[in-house]
Design a binder for this molecule. Structure first.
Ligand SMILES: [Zn+2]
Length: 205
């Protein structure tokens, strides 16, 4: 790892980084412990992490795979000859962390902005019984009666939802201004070998 431990811990302290990591870990807060243990040890087997954190081996593996999918950890596999079993040694690959976070924040921002446009340009209703929110068109389609519970609709004031969306958008946009996101990011490793020559074609959608 090129990035120093100190810098990594600083990054992990950042609220925006934490929020996105929690998304990656599907709200499993133990994932932070798994990650910091790996940073601390440099590399470790899932079994070592499990014993150190007193977490179930299965839990540790699930968390490691989530981090692996986000390209924040990597592993090497070794076969234990006599018991025909594989040992997985994990290590953090957090040099890409700012890039991973930035990409996810941008995706999130896109979705939130789309949602904001919908909220700002539509009228909403809600079911007084179960609380589900409906677009005006949906409410007409089901005759102003909730298809889930038969409850009656009332007009819904979405100004609070709009406010929350705007707050979240502002938080993410401010977060992207952090210095860790302005440093040049490592080049993306090509996915498959032998495809260097192929050009990406633009497809009209
Ligand atoms: Zn209902």
């Amino acid at each position: 790892m090129v990035t120093s431990k100190k810098k990594l811990y600083e990054m992990l302290e950042d609220p925006l980084v934490q929020q996105i990591l929690l998304d990656i870990l599907e709200d499993n807060i133990e994932g932070f412990d798994v990650l910091t243990t790996l940073i601390e040890l440099g590399e470790a087997t899932d079994d070592e992490i499990s014993r150190k954190l007193n977490l179930k081996l299965n839990t540790v593996r699930k968390l490691l795979y989530k981090l692996y999918d986000a390209r924040l950890v990597d592993y090497t596999r070794e076969k234990e000859e006599d018991i025909n079993w594989y040992t997985y040694t994990w290590k953090p690959t957090l040099d890409k962390l700012p890039w991973v976070i930035k990409k996810r924040v941008q995706e999130k921002l896109k979705k939130l902005k789309e949602q904001l446009t919908i909220e700002e340009n539509n009228m909403f209703f809600y079911c007084t019984k179960c609380g589900i929110k409906y677009l005006f068109e949906e409410a007409i389609d089901c005759g102003f009666r909730c298809p889930h519970c038969g409850g009656i609709f009332k007009e819904y004031d979405n100004s609070r939802d709009i406010e929350l969306l705007k707050d979240q958008i502002k938080f993410l946009e401010e977060g992207l201004k952090l210095s860790i996101f302005s440093t040049p990011l490592p080049p993306v490793t090509p996915k498959a070998k032998g495809r260097k020559g192929s050009k990406r074609r633009k497809v009209k959608s």
